[in-house]
Design a protein. Sequence first.
Length: 161
Amino acid sequence: MSERDYYDVLGIAPDANYEAVDAAYWSQVRESRDKLALDPEALITLNDAYEVLRTPSRREKYDASRVAAESAAAAQSAASLALPNPVHEARPNGPKVRLPWGRQAAQEQAAAAIIVGRLEREVQSERERMRADLEAELSAPDEADATRSRLMRVFGHLQQS
C-alpha cells in the first residue's frame, strides 16, 4: 500500500461518492497516459487508489486507518507544543526569544487559562464577602428600630411615672 493519500492521488474529496471516484480515475488515466507509461510507480499508485476507494469495504478500512494516522499525528503535534513553565524561563535582562507561531499561541492560551482561573477565584471570594456583609447587615437590628425601641422604653417609663 502506498504512503500517499489516495484521495489526493485521485484529486477528490474524502466524502466523494463512488461515481466521482470512477470519473476521477478515468480522467487521470486519460490526461496523463504518457506520463503513466513512463512511470510505472505512479500507475501502480493510481490503480491502488482506484481499487481501494471504489470498493466499499476496502474504503471503510482505508478511512479508518487514515483517521487513526491523522489523530496520531495530531497527538504528536500537540505533544511537541508542550512547553515548560514560562515563568521559570523568563530572562528579564536577556534577549527576547521568539517562539514559533504554534508554540506562542499555546503559551498564550496557557497563560490566559491561568489568569481566567485566578479571576474566577477572586470573583467568587468577593461574592462570598459581599454575601456575608449583607447577611450581617440584615441580621443586625436597624438603627431606626433601636432608636424606636429606646424611645418606647423611655415613653413607657414616663407613662408609668
